[in-house]
Design a protein around this ligand. Structure first.
Ligand code: PLP
Length: 413
């Protein structure tokens, strides 16, 4: 099958494995369980180790099944190459392990996935300074940049309050300053948004969420969009400078982060993620439509104090979201009126599951302040605009009317 640049998103993913020779004509890339790879000629083994010939060496730094998934992620992001990791957090941790040095500075957002925020605090304790600013306005990021700034790291839509980073202007700023621009695309996924379109150099995805989509497998990926000039990045070690400039960043990440820290994606997980990824467009269309219907219904109800969803005209960045994203995402959050207890409300829901996680086929709900944001304390929560009664909803693919009935029945009970 020949490569065809004009195929749509889903066609491209479905037929991605067949772009390369695939064993026995199997439509799925087989699960290769071998940890090591043998060569008839010992000289070939040496050539692979010396980077003179392509080939697999050891499962920790590459596997054919994982490579097939990496190709698929690269196609989804319109990028140049990707590296998969065992989890989304391993992919984010790899940025630190593979690309940053003591004394470096990172500008990130105050509205971050909780574990990423926690990770940046760990990084700060190890000598990389991290500034947390309100990245919905590029001016705050620009003001935080210092001569030591090596990276700007933001998410697309923040979880749980759905603030949207000033993604386009941040891209322009980073290009002008020659700073690596990293976008965590998990909340939008490459189906709703390609960070390459706003100038991101690297894109992070938690494959666990919308890409795998069924809450049954963990994974993460970093994609190089090909836009960043690695020859300008000061932290590339001499060994990786020997590669052509476009390959330097990923070569160092694969060796220094994936190989040396070993948070590798298993071939079984890669297969499971690849199967899930085939239906991402269908799932997200339904999830986003369901999220919009639920958000509209709740916003119109006097028993609901506020709804945060980029698809609502009341959202401060509704116009920006309309401009950037194919749809407004599968996640929203809301606060009930003060006299309705959020735990009682959650317990009256029949379909929605009280659980963390997002981007699943099933609708999940969680009282944010008491769970995923409990550890950071009341003061930081207040700073992030997270009220005690805030409920986060990750909307699934259930029939729309069933969800509307469930969420409204719980209001009246
Ligand atoms: C879930 C998530 C992660 C971490 O992904 P895991 O696969 O759970 O490790 C990172 N960033 C965002 C925005 C997420 O939602």
């Amino acid at each position: 099958m020949s490569d065809h640049a004009s195929y749509g998103f889903t066609t491209t993913i479905l037929h991605s494995d067949r772009q390369k020779e695939i064993e026995h004509g199997s439509p799925h890339k087989p699960i290769h369980t071998s940890v090591t790879f043998g060569y008839q000629d010992a000289r070939d083994l040496a050539a692979v180790f010396q980077g003179k010939q392509s080939g697999y060496r050891y499962g920790r730094q590459g596997n054919p099944t994982v490579s097939a998934l990496e190709d698929k992620i690269t196609k989804m992001e319109g990028g140049a190459s990707s590296i998969c990791f065992a989890t989304g957090m391993a992919a984010i941790g790899a940025l630190f392990q593979g690309l940053l040095r003591q004394g470096d500075h990172v500008v990130s957002s105050s509205f971050l996935f909780g574990n990423t925020s926690s990770l940046w605090q760990t990084v700060a304790a190890q000598g990389v300074d991290v500034a947390f600013v309100d990245a919905t306005d590029v001016a705050h990021v620009a003001a935080a940049i210092t001569p030591a700034t090596r990276m700007v790291f933001v998410e697309t839509i923040a979880n749980p309050r759905t603030q949207i980073a000033d993604l386009k202007r941040l891209g322009t700023l980073c290009r002008e300053r020659g700073i690596l621009y990293v976008v965590d695309n998990t909340m939008t996924s490459p189906y709703l948004f390609q960070p390459k379109s706003v100038g991101a150099g690297l894109v992070v995805n938690s494959l666990t969420k919308s890409i795998a989509g069924h809450g049954n497998v963990l994974g993460g990926a970093i994609t190089d969009t090909g836009l960043y000039d690695w020859s300008a990045f000061p932290n590339i070690a001499p060994n990786f400078r020997k590669q052509a400039a476009p390959q330097q960043g990923m070569a160092q990440l694969r060796a220094k982060a994936l190989r040396d820290f070993g948070a590798s994606l298993s071939p079984d997980a890669a297969h499971q993620i690849a199967v899930g990824a085939e239906t991402i467009a269908l799932r997200l269309e339904r999830e986003c439509a369901n999220a919009l219907a639920l958000a509209q219904m709740l916003e119109a109800d006097p028993r609901v104090a506020v709804v945060h969803y980029p698809g609502l005209p009341s959202h401060p960045q509704h116009a920006l979201a309309s401009d950037l994203f194919r749809a407004y995402g599968a996640l929203f959050s809301f606060e009930l009126r003060e006299d309705i207890d959020c735990f009682d409300y959650l317990n009256r829901l029949n379909l929605a599951i009280n659980a963390t996680h997002l981007g699943d086929t099933r609708t999940l709900v969680i009282p944010v302040a008491h769970t995923i944001f409990f550890e950071m304390g009341a003061e930081r929560r207040a700073g992030m605009g997270i009220a005690d009664s805030l409920i986060r909803v990750s909307v699934g693919i259930e029939d729309t009317q069933d969800l509307l009935d469930d969420f409204s029945a719980a209001l009246v009970a």
